[in-house]
Design a protein around this ligand. Structure first.
Ligand SMILES: [Zn+2]
Length: 138
């Protein structure tokens, strides 16, 4: 099994951005200059500025949970306010909230993913491994 590259062994010195700044700007968690994302939500293979390999990135389902809870709360609240105050037909809700849900969710996913990747990098977090033991238990 190939050893995973972890951020904890990184010895390069850069002015590290805060996780919030790295997440909002979608920048490299190490140098804050290169782009973290190659597309809309897919992480790049490496930083174009500091050449850090992004192979350690594994944000899992964490960002999606925050986005579902936060955007769901906001949109549901706004839809309730509009319904109670104006009682519009259902198509108005669909026209208002469908693009808002899609747009806000993609934006929030990108920001949350950037924040969680920066936190993962700064904490040196990686997938759990069973510690090697000198004694064979069998
Ligand atoms: Zn970088």
């Amino acid at each position: 099994m190939a050893k995973r590259k972890t951020a904890a062994k990184d010895t390069a010195i850069f002015a590290q951005p805060t996780p919030a700044r790295a997440g909002v700007t979608g920048s490299c968690p190490r140098c804050g200059e290169g782009k973290l994302f190659a597309g809309l939500l897919a992480p790049a293979k490496a930083c174009a500025n500091c050449q850090m390999d992004f192979g350690f990135i594994d944000s899992g389902d964490g960002p999606a949970v925050f986005v579902i809870l936060i955007i769901g709360f906001v949109i549901t609240g706004l839809a309730m306010v509009v319904e109670v105050n104006y009682s519009p037909p259902i198509w108005v809700h669909m026209v208002l909230w469908t693009p808002a849900i899609i747009g806000l969710s993609i934006w929030a996913l990108r920001v949350c993913k950037g924040i969680m990747i920066a936190l993962q990098y700064q904490a040196g977090a990686s997938e759990g491994e069973i510690a090697a033991s000198d004694q064979d238990p069998t």
